[in-house]
Design a protein around this ligand. Structure first.
Ligand SMILES: C[S@@+](CC[C@H](N)C(=O)[O-])C[C@H]1O[C@@H](n2cnc3c(N)ncnc32)[C@H](O)[C@@H]1O
Length: 270
């Protein structure tokens, strides 16, 4: 299937304005490879008719399917382990100190994909605090644009192979074999993560500020302006001394941000 130049621009604008994702570099092949089969499945002959269908659809189904196709959801357990080392050495001690009375750990995994990131943190919290964790409110908020990955995260079911990134003892401790080469995560870990659909382009609805926000490998798909605006919103929604983790291939322009640079991919609100 082919896409005309004006059709490509129509999709690229729609995606950038609504979801922040910037497609100018990926050009037409990206759209064709991600959407071609969906367009054929629905019986449309061109991209313009499909566009009209997603914009006019009142059920919400068309846009959900569209988002599932255009987002890139690659993730895995214990990704970028330096963040987890820093969480243990610096972030958790900071939270323990400032929350020693209220005992409320507030972490947001923004762009959590299928849940490996918030589940890794929950398992780590369990390792570090053990029984004491039960005396804390440690629920992690995990949000994403795509319903498809959120459903996967909520199910807690992963291929057995995905455990290879975790410390070997964690496999037995936190997962149960459910056959067909799949495992399911322990209920105690699963119940500590709250999955919600949230588009980072929308106003933040949170009442309380966070101690840690992870937005890793999400803003690489945004343009500079969108990224800078989002970073400032993260700053507004962190507690004083709170941390922001971004992906290790990403950077924040120190001249345009109020964050203090701590080390690669780690920033702190002063
Ligand atoms: C590559 S994954 C990163 C997952 C995880 N943070 C990690 O580093 O492994 C990027 C995720 O960002 C989500 N995403 C992209 N644009 C978004 C937006 N506007 N609002 C919320 N999530 C978005 C995608 O759906 C995708 O699941």
């Amino acid at each position: 299937m082919e896409i005309k130049k004006d059709e490509f621009l129509m999709f690229a604008n729609f995606i950038r304005i609504n979801f922040g994702i910037n497609l100018t570099e990926k050009k037409t092949t990206f759209i064709i490879s991600r959407l071609g089969s969906t367009i054929e499945k629905h019986g449309f002959n061109n991209f313009s008719d499909y566009f009209k269908y997603i914009v006019d659809d009142k059920s919400g189904e068309a846009i959900i399917e569209f988002i599932n196709k255009i987002t890139t959801n690659h993730t895995y357990f214990y990704r970028e382990e330096k963040h987890f080392e820093f969480f243990q050495s610096d972030v958790l001690p900071y939270i323990m100190e400032v929350e020693k009375h209220a005992k409320d750990i507030r972490i947001w995994s923004a762009g959590c994909s299928s849940g490996e990131e918030p589940y890794t943190l929950t398992m780590l919290l369990n390792e570090l605090l053990g029984y004491e964790l039960t005396t804390w409110d440690s629920k992690i908020l995990a949000t994403d644009l795509s319903n498809y990955v959120l459903l996967k995260g909520k199910s807690g079911i992963y291929p057995f192979d995905s455990l290879k990134y975790l410390p070997s003892s964690w496999g037995k401790k936190y997962f149960k074999d459910i056959g067909e080469s799949n495992v399911v995560i322990d209920n105690k870990i699963k119940n500590n993560v709250i999955f919600r659909r949230f588009n980072l382009m929308e106003p933040f609805p949170f009442r309380k500020k966070f101690h840690l926000i992870l937005c890793r490998n999400v803003m690489i798909y945004f343009n500079e302006e969108t990224k800078n605006e989002l970073i400032e919103k993260f700053h507004d929604f962190l507690e004083p001394g709170g941390y922001l983790f971004i992906g290790h291939s990403e950077t924040i322009d120190r001249n345009k941000s109020r964050f203090n640079y701590i080390r690669p991919a780690i920033y702190r609100k002063g």
